[in-house]
Design a protein around this ligand. Sequence first.
Ligand code: SF4
Length: 342
Amino acid sequence: MNLQGHLLYIDITQICGIGCAFCMYSDKHKSGMSMELSTLARENLSALINAADVKRISISGEGEPLNNAKVFHEILRLSEGGKCFEFITSGFLPHDKMVDFYETTNRIVLRNGDTCNIRLSADSNHIEKVKWRAHGLSLDYLRTRRPAGLSFSFRSIDTDRDFTRDYLVSELARWGIHAIIEHHNALEDVLIADVEHFNIDYKNLVYPAPGTPAGYLNLYDYIKAIEGKVNKRFTFGSLNPSPLANGMDLTVKPNGDVYLYGIESQRLGNIHFNHVRWEHLASYVRETPLVRALYTQPLTDLLARFDNMEPVQSILAKANNPYWLVKELANHDGLLEQLVPA
Ligand code: SF4
């Protein structure tokens, strides 16, 4: 199995005071923890970040990562150059603080020869909760200061795509920026302001509450939409467009625990206590039957084994995201293991 083009997610905090209605991590926000970097954690993250096969390092959280910006900047400093970072945020800070954050981030990535894309949440859940909205500010900052190391994009979980589109166009107009939106596919739009293009990516709503308006995709349509983007069947791992091989998707949690993304029933170590390297993880993927099956066999083929089987069908009906589906299957004794062909 050829594994190339890995994605490293680092969740740097569980703290968040914003309170989005749909949030899957709200139980952790008050008493949760933020990542700190021990000597071994620095050594591990440095090795993971600087490996040649890493395509992106995505910093996020089970909370709002701006609440641990210090550690984000420490992580950026571990890079030896040529890396693409991404920071996923609500952008909730007062505007002067947000600009300070951008300036510091830009300075570090430029010094190291890296880039960082700031992905701002732009859906109705976040927008109604966030007082200092960063969408107009960020594109204004981009056109006036021209930070060479930073780029911006938007993300949304709105089932009503027009809400996000209309909000962004009108918010940018308030900052004197004329923007139009081009529809790309089921999961992506592009916002065009002057001649610059900014991606808007749409995440599917997981566990929609009863009465949620139509517009979200069921599991199979969501998988089909992802397959259309990469032009290959959906498997676990970091999907790279055909004909490229796929990579590994690794998540580091705020306490340092390490998992393959979406397979959280199997903890692979902790960056504060173990040596964590891509080579060991690749051996684990190749040698562990469940993981190997999830990484090599299309998920819809594996799920065909569960046709008409309860409680799988009830779980499938609600968890309309493949990663949440597998997390949910892992909560039922022995169910996940039944995915593995005999
Ligand atoms: S900002 Fe993010 S972490 Fe905070 S409540 Fe909203 S979705 Fe959850």
